[in-house]
Design a protein around this ligand. Structure first.
Ligand SMILES: [Zn+2]
Length: 315
């Protein structure tokens, strides 16, 4: 069973992310159905319902933002950290629609919040005895092309509900008026029932009229998971959000959960222990097992393999 899930050909809805733009270039939207992607994350990490919702929302945001990366080698990292029980969430995406992530503490959980919803904000930010959200949480956005100095943006968490934090990030760090909607519905057996999201942005050509129309459209839209459950496709949601602005479909692509870990990369990780650390590992344990946080794949090393790495280590 483990094999079929880690197989790249495993079931994945094709073209589950759609990019559309208003005919006059005043605004654009990205919308994705990430139900399968979040199901894969849930299968790997076995989180509580609250953490599935938190991680699923951040994975969806990364998939949407990854689609905006400029070149093939660009990578995006999103990290949310607060005083909540989950400890933090780390998510990565590339421009090809590959998304991966993990919660620091998958079993963290809280009762439903006062709206009867999974308490994503509480599990990330933490709550005081009165039930108020704790401050001090951060959202970090890193864009790296592997060549020049990575771009790092950081903002204080607004609510820990993820979509509001992403919206605030675009407004403060990038000065792009944005509306982000993210949702994950969790089944009683903890698998996701529906997951998805959208990122709606006003482009430099947009004016007050564009914003007015978008606000009208967004207010009329039910939550994204409700629309997905009603059977709406990401394309139909894009058209709904850009109603009255002559929406044009720019592109369609697939976003899926995929880890890019390799044995070579794990080798490099072990080499950072340097000769001294490797020698100690060989003497004390005679073997090593490293587990990838993103996909839980285990890389095992016997004594001989560790000795080969020791011989390779320069310092
Ligand atoms: Zn991995």
């Amino acid at each position: 069973m483990a094999h079929s899930l880690f197989d790249n050909k495993s079931v994945q809805k094709t073209d589950n992310l759609v990019h559309a733009i208003a005919e006059d270039g005043s605004c654009m939207i990205l919308c994705a159905d990430t139900t399968d992607l979040v199901a894969r994350a849930e299968w790997i990490h076995r989180p509580s319902a609250t953490v599935t919702a938190a991680l699923g929302r951040l994975l969806t945001a990364a998939g949407l933002m990854g689609a905006l990366l400029k070149s093939e080698n660009d990578r995006l990292t999103l990290k949310m950290q607060g005083s909540g029980e989950v400890g933090g969430l780390l998510v990565g995406a590339d421009a090809k629609g590959h998304v991966k992530g993990y919660p620091f503490n998958a079993s963290a959980d809280l009762p439903l919040n006062d709206k009867g919803k999974l308490d994503v904000g509480g599990v990330i930010c933490g709550r005081d005895e009165k039930g108020e959200l704790l401050g001090g949480g951060l959202l970090t956005v890193i864009r790296d092309n592997g060549e020049t100095q990575p771009y790092v943006g950081q903002i204080p968490l607004v609510s820990g509900e993820v979509a509001e934090d992403i919206t605030a990030y675009y407004a403060t760090s990038e000065q792009i008026p944005t509306v982000c909607g993210l949702g994950v519905l969790v089944n009683p057996d903890l698998t996701p029932k529906a997951a998805g999201g959208f990122l709606l942005q006003v482009l430099p050509g947009g004016d007050d009229k564009t914003i007015e129309q978008l606000e009208k459209n967004v207010q009329a839209m039910p939550p994204v998971t409700v629309m997905l459950e009603q059977g709406l496709t990401p394309e139909e949601i894009c058209i709904k959000a850009l109603e009255g602005l002559s929406p044009q479909i720019l592109s369609k692509q697939t976003v899926s959960y995929q880890c890019d870990c390799t044995r070579e990369r794990t080798d490099r990780g072990l080499l950072t222990l340097r000769k001294e650390g490797l020698r100690q590992l060989i003497e004390e344990d005679g073997k090593a097992e490293l587990c990838c946080h993103f996909c839980e794949k285990k890389y095992r090393y016997n004594k001989k393999e560790l000795e080969a790495l020791l011989a390779q280590a320069e310092i």
